[in-house]
Write a protein that binds this ligand. Structure first.
Ligand code: NDP
Length: 238
């Protein structure tokens, strides 16, 4: 059965691996992008929709296009996210609010819009991409960690609110993954992180995608409100 799947930030990194995993399984996959080459993304078989999730109007337009071409979104993966690391003393209000506006409020925008079709269909799967640092905390990432912790309360509230409508809300909390986001770290920082990971390495994006696909599959029909760590043991189940 081919479902209408939307992955925000599916143009690169973890989002791209997630989009490929659904496409490989035969689903109709739409992705949002801001950067990158839409022709290249279309070449992979995705419906690439330009959308900045900090802008409610762009979110609305993206959904209209997806609904027209693929039908209402049945599986939503809210993956788009940013970091703006800084110690609190030096963190500006803009550093804080812009990260919250993308990672948390941006997720609210896309989830709220997806919900319309899911309520009508009386089913839906929503997976939010949080982070191990949302629950562990991370010096220099108070804005990012707050946004990622916020996703847990958000998902669990919606799991309660919409469980009776057969819509599940789950969170995947990756540890350190080899993508552009972590390329900015120095070799020394990387070595320090790896030393704390029981599996002794970074994750590959595909390893995050596998957990997301599971949560959207029939095998996960009785799982909602869960936080699934995919972090090599860094958070020890948290
Ligand atoms: P990347 O930096 O490689 O990619 C970020 C993605 O988010 C891009 O597709 C980007 O689109 C998109 N994005 C950012 N801001 C917006 C916006 N305002 N509107 C629409 N799209 C936006 O990061 P990763 O692939 O590593 O991260 C993906 C998710 O996983 C993020 O939520 C991140 O917080 C989380 N994560 C990552 C970890 C890691 O170690 N890499 C660990 C734990 C969680 P564009 O290309 O157009 O800018």
């Amino acid at each position: 059965m081919s479902r209408s799947v939307l992955v925000t930030g599916g143009n690169r990194g973890i989002g791209l691996a997630i989009a490929r995993a659904f496409a490989d399984a035969g689903d109709k996959v739409a992705i949002t992008y801001r950067s990158g080459d839409p022709a290249e993304l279309a070449g992979e078989g995705f419906l690439a929709v330009r959308c900045d999730i900090t802008d409610a109007e762009q979110v609305e337009q993206a959904y209209k296009e997806i609904e027209e071409k693929h039908g209402p979104v049945e599986v939503l993966v809210a993956n788009a996210g940013v970091t703006k690391d800084q110690l609190l003393m030096r963190m500006s209000e803009e550093d804080f609010t812009s990260v919250l506006d993308t990672n948390l409020t941006g997720t609210f925008r896309v989830v709220k819009r997806a919900n319309r079709g899911m309520l009508r269909a009386k089913k839906g799967r929503v997976v939010l991409i949080s982070s191990v640092v949302g629950l562990l905390g991370s010096a220099g990432q108070a804005n990012y960690a707050a946004s990622k912790a916020g996703l847990v309360g958000f998902a669990r509230s919606l799991a309660r609110e919409l469980g009776s409508r057969n819509i599940t809300f789950n969170v995947v909390a990756p540890g350190f993954v080899d993508t552009d986001m972590t390329k900015v770290l120095t070799e020394e920082q990387r070595a320090g992180i790896v030393a704390q990971v029981p599996l002794g390495r970074y994750a590959q994006p595909d390893e995050i995608a596998a957990a997301v696909r599971f949560l959207a599959s029939d095998d996960a029909s009785y799982i909602t409100g869960a936080v699934i760590p995919v972090d090599g043991g860094l958070g020890m189940g948290h």
